[in-house]
Ligand binder design. Structure first.
Ligand code: DUC
Ligand code: ZN
Ligand code: ZN
Length: 486
């Protein structure tokens, strides 16, 4: 019997810290040896002259989830995870979304039923908390955190999802007590509602007014408010899908004061701009997501934020609504205007290649930073390390062997999701995964998808050590015990 099921020979391995040439020996889905001239494996990959990175972790994607309007997304767990794998992502964290009145436990069961038979790569769930009742906060959520659902997203906007300030404080307080991690969608709801109404009253229905209705100060204010609440409660939080300089400045300010505020951005804020919302007909809807892409001058700020670790991770926020579908797609809004368009853009498959090409290839970030923001830091923040997110003995063999010279012009017909468009159509990137391995098994090789539905495993997640409170409530007051601790 061979010592290894799989050996990857002679690649140059990049981690968040190191760059070295080694053979990688894999047994039972895990890396069991890193060395030179390892014994033969049952299967061999020749990676000489090739770069190897950890498989990507996409920590924010919406798969088989309905929008808050009840509009279903285009991808199920097969097409969603297939497209992730073909673009070098080996783990997805998707959402189990509670709507008002639903039991969280039931929501989780329902999402498992969707994912179990179809997922091609490993997956976990963040919860979305939209109805923080006593039952939910007192019983269901603490029990689910113990079962490995250690993070949850809350919304400061969207009629059917948003929490008020008091509810946010309640959720933050619970997260602190249980050691869980809260992700915050930070936009000021009433301002968006007021601006949108004014725009629609004046007859401004086109997609470009989506950005006008959600300008940067709206995101800045909500980001600041979330930071303030996190400081009061003394709980680390993560601001999701940070779009631009105004919010980035708030986050940098908070971090410089020693607060544990983490932040995520997405490819749409690096590669799209508000100009893309202003296209002939209703086409601009293809680039509508929230927060919206900003002006072009904003893009370098987002790159800078990633480079300097103000922004700690990059996720796709894959929220796939087809264009040519008047009921469940972007064209829903063609009649009544931008407010009716489901928000979101696809991006699971192109996140890694876009970042590799325009980030590493163009010298905006180095290869270590690329690995950190696409895999290692999301693994650490969301309780997946050390099993996921690096190349190390004992870790799952989730790896990408890159063809660093391959030029690809992104086009929807090359992609493997269930969409009818990509907002990145026509962008040429240099570098694409030649092989994606999930627990040692090639799920993408030389342009062919090889995975099987149902092979992906659910990942219960640990509490993250990065998410420990600093130990001091504001002014030493503990709202749980009612006592001063400072
Ligand atoms: N905004 C969200 O808040 N979620 C899904 C996609 C989007 O654009
Ligand atoms: Zn969001
Ligand atoms: Zn999202």
């Amino acid at each position: 019997m061979a010592a290894f099921d799989v050996v990857i020979r002679g690649g140059q391995v990049a981690t968040a810290a190191d760059l070295f040439t080694a053979d990688i020996g894999i047994k039972d889905g895990r890396i069991t040896a890193l060395g030179h001239e390892l014994a033969k494996g049952d299967e061999e990959h020749d990676a000489r002259g090739k770069l190897i990175t950890p498989g990507g972790i996409d920590a924010h994607c919406h798969i088989d989830q309905k929008s808050s309007f009840g509009v279903p997304g285009a991808d199920d767990f097969f097409t969603g995870t297939r497209s992730a794998a073909c673009g070098g992502t080996t783990t997805v964290l998707s959402f189990a979304a509670q709507h008002k009145g639903m039991s969280l436990r039931q929501v989780v069961k329902d999402y498992h039923a969707l994912a179990t038979p179809k997922a091609v790569i490993d997956y976990g769930f963040h919860l979305i908390i939209s109805d923080p009742t006593e039952q939910v906060l007192g019983q269901e959520l603490p029990a689910l955190i113990k079962d490995g659902y250690t993070s949850f997203k809350i919304y400061m906007t969207y009629d059917l999802l948003k929490l008020n300030d008091r509810e946010i404080l309640e959720v933050f307080s619970l997260a602190r007590r249980e050691g869980a991690f809260v992700m915050v969608h930070a936009e000021n709801h009433d301002t968006i509602a007021w601006l949108s109404q004014k725009l629609l009253d004046a007859g401004h229905k086109a997609p470009k007014f989506h950005e006008v209705s959600r300008p940067q100060p709206v995101e800045r204010e909500a980001t600041h408010r979330a930071i303030t609440f996190a400081e009061l409660i003394d709980v680390p939080i993560l601001i999701v899908h940070v779009s631009g300089r105004e919010a980035i400045d708030q986050i940098r300010w908070a971090q410089s004061r020693g607060l544990k505020i983490f932040a995520e951005t997405c490819p749409q804020y690096l590669f799209l701009s508000a100009e893309d919302l202003d296209q002939p007909g209703f086409e601009g809807a293809k680039c509508m997501c929230s927060p919206p892409p900003r002006d072009k001058a904003n893009q370098p700020y987002v790159w800078r934020g990633l480079e300097t670790d103000v922004l700690n991770i990059i996720s796709s926020d894959h929220a796939p609504y087809r264009y040519s579908d008047a009921e469940n797609g972007k064209l829903r809004g063609a009649q009544d205007g931008f407010k009716k368009v489901p928000n979101g853009v696809p991006g699971l498959e192109v996140r890694m290649p876009l970042l590799f090409s325009e980030g590493v290839g163009k010298g905006r970030i180095d290869i270590h930073r690329f690995v950190a923001i696409t895999a290692t830091t999301p693994a650490k923040l969301y309780g997946l390390a050390p099993r996921k997110g690096s190349v190390a003995v004992g870790a799952d063999a989730d790896l990408v062997i890159w063809d660093t010279d391959k030029q690809v012009t992104i086009s929807q017909d090359l992609l493997h999701d269930a969409m009818d468009y990509t907002p990145y159509q026509g962008i040429t990137v240099t570098g694409w995964p030649a092989v994606t391995l999930s627990r040692g098994e090639a799920v993408w090789r030389d342009g062919k998808f090889l995975g099987k539905p149902g092979r992906g495993k659910f990942l219960p997640r640990a509490l993250s050590p990065m998410v420990k409170p600093r130990g001091q409530f504001w002014s030493g007051f503990d709202p749980n015990s009612g006592r001063y601790t400072g």
